[in-house]
Design a protein around this ligand. Structure first.
Ligand SMILES: [Zn+2]
Length: 411
């Protein structure tokens, strides 16, 4: 922990570069950090909206991962050079009965409202983006970019046209399933029920194409990805996934799928969760299971409960330390994906505030290290710009073009 604090302090100095230029005699900012600040940088899977529900927690305050386990806030976006991204409406999968599904719909609507309220409360710092071209304009205005996305489409129930309401709210990427198979698709981490996308999932995919929402197949099964690659009229995204060749895990995809995704014009955004095989102690697993039973992730907690919750979590981490992957494991996935799919088809979606973060890449303050490692690996500034936002925005623009075409044809 101490080492991390020292390292973060060094990065703060680096990130403060332009303010303490060579003219003043202080150390000039390193080229990678300067590039990080200059480029348009978007992460395609921010679970940060979950933090907005914490009592007393504000996106404009500075927090630390050591203190409250959060990884994204406005001060850290500035320090780490993250312009924004896709802020997820994530709903943990529950039972597929009508009442649970209605509750999930309400939960998802309210999470979308919370994201919009964050923007409305801080209009000088954040701006909603709805078109691919908006992101650069928002950066130029000195604000942070907020696109909305859906992780787990379960809240849509049996009506794919409900996606229109979420589109109106700002959603431009939507997944199908999460950890468990649902009405739209088989999950990569659950038993198959549909052999890919369900008939309703195929309807949802068509609705995405019609609206201009990018289909996200992270978490869905390989067969669901195959269906989406075959049926979608616009490119596919994997907003936070990894490479099976580096870590053989159901959440990751093999080289054949990487190539098929690239051939279809799509993009894989590299996560920092499934990057290396890690074995946790049985004691840690048991303690975390009891913790999760006491504090389910969709439970709203009071300030006192959250304080107890954080103390309990710190106690578990102190008693049974986590076996952690490292920065080099994230880079191994990133470089492999680029090698196989090509630099036009890879981006960044590290799953911040959703389980992401490794030793050496603890929160978004560490992001310039990714840019430095890409430059060190021989990639040009133009390549790094594509990885940080160019590729995902190309995919979003293609979704817009397909929607315009279908809506013209249909009118
Ligand atoms: Zn996820």
């Amino acid at each position: 922990m101490r080492r991390h604090l020292l390292m973060s302090a060094a990065l703060i100095l680096l990130a403060a570069g332009p303010a303490c230029s060579a003219k003043t005699g202080s150390r000039p900012v390193d080229p990678a950090t300067a590039l990080q600040m200059r480029l348009l940088t978007l992460d395609t899977h921010l679970d940060t909206p979950a933090s907005l529900a914490f009592p007393g927690w504000s996106i404009t305050d500075a927090h630390t991962v050591q203190d409250d386990y959060t990884q994204v806030d406005l001060p850290r976006m500035k320090r780490g050079g993250l312009d924004g991204g896709f802020w997820a409406i994530y709903t943990p999968q529950g039972p597929l009965d009508p009442e649970s599904t209605r509750k999930a719909r309400d939960f998802a609507v309210m999470r979308g409202v919370a994201i919009r309220e964050m923007v409305a409360a801080h209009p000088d710092s954040f701006a909603l983006a709805s078109r691919a071209a908006d992101a650069a304009a928002i950066k130029a205005s000195g604000k942070r970019v907020v696109y909305l996305s859906i992780e787990n489409a379960w809240p849509l129930g049996d009506d794919p046209t409900l996606l229109r309401s979420f589109y109106a709210m700002g959603v431009r990427i939507s997944g199908f399933a999460h950890f468990r198979t649902n009405q739209f698709a088989d999950s990569s981490t659950d038993a198959a029920r549909w052999d890919g996308l369900s008939p309703l999932g195929v309807q949802l995919l068509a609705e995405m194409n019609r609206l201009g929402v990018v289909p996200d197949l992270s978490h869905s099964s390989d067969r669901a990805l195959d269906d989406a690659l075959r049926l979608s009229k616009a490119p596919i995204i994997l907003t936070h996934s990894g490479c099976k060749a580096v870590l053989d895990h159901p959440r990751n995809i093999d080289d054949a799928h990487l190539k098929a995704l690239a051939a279809q014009g799509g993009v894989i955004q590299i996560n920092s969760v499934y990057v290396k095989a890690m074995k946790q102690s049985a004691e840690r697993e048991a303690a975390l299971k009891a913790f999760e039973a006491k504090y389910p992730e969709d439970k709203r907690v009071t300030a006192a409960e959250r304080k107890d919750m954080l103390a309990a979590r710190h106690a578990i981490d102190a008693q049974y330390p986590e076996a952690r992957a490292g920065f080099e494991d994230v880079m191994a996935n990133l470089l492999h994906a680029i090698k196989v799919a090509g630099v036009e088809h890879v981006g960044i979606g590290l799953d911040w505030d959703g389980g992401g973060g490794v030793t050496g890449l603890e929160d978004i303050v560490d992001l310039p290290k990714l840019t430095a490692a890409l430059l060190a690996a021989g990639y040009s500034e133009a390549d790094v710009a594509k990885i940080w936002s160019g590729n995902v925005l190309r995919v979003l623009a293609a979704a817009e073009a397909e929607a315009a075409k279908e809506q013209t044809a249909g009118s």
